[in-house]
Design a protein around this ligand. Structure first.
Ligand code: THU
Length: 161
């Protein structure tokens, strides 16, 4: 039997983060205020840390034609790659501001964002750390999107045909 396992860190609070990771989590938390989420009222903020120290934020942007909306993670990564195409992406922080007011636990990236981040890692040739948290409380650190998307489909699969 083959088994897939991965290690991740669950921190009690943001106080245990390194200064640069703390900084982008703060930016992601603040960015939730910029979300355009009139349909779900579920606000998501994201902040990408680049190797040159730049930070690029993104938010979820919904649309009356629901599938047209974009998640905060893809919004931030698209901006980061557009502005700094040659810069490596070190980490992405994701936070939420939920209508329920329950904002002390993280939400995890959706399947489409996992696939998107996975290809960013391939392009990057380095893993991207995921920093997941609500507005307060536990912070989860995940070493790679591929830990959340085992056996992912990627460019190398297309080349097989
Ligand atoms: N959302 C994100 O921005 N990121 C995710 O990974 C999960 C979901 C957004 C999409 C939609 O605007 C709202 O949250 C509710 O699904």
């Amino acid at each position: 039997m083959a088994v897939f396992t991965f290690e991740y860190q669950k921190l009690k609070s943001d106080k245990e983060l390194t200064p640069s990771f703390h900084h982008i989590l703060t930016e992601a938390r603040i960015a939730t205020e910029n979300a355009y989420a009139p349909y779900s009222n579920f606000r998501v903020g994201s902040a990408v840390l680049l190797a040159n120290g730049e930070i690029v934020i993104g938010v979820n942007i919904e649309n009356a034609s629901y599938p047209v909306g974009i998640c905060a993670e893809r919004s931030a990564l698209s901006s980061a790659i557009s502005q700094y195409p040659d810069e490596k992406i070190v980490a992405i922080a994701i936070s939420i501001l939920a209508p329920s007011g329950e904002n002390n636990t993280p939400a995890f990236p959706c399947g489409m964002c996992r696939q998107f981040i996975s290809e960013c890692e391939d392009r990057n040739e380095e893993k991207i750390t995921l920093i997941l948290a609500g507005q307060t409380g536990e912070v989860w650190l995940i070493n790679s999107s591929k830990d959340l998307l085992p056996f992912s489909f990627g460019g190398s699969d297309l080349k097989q045909s």
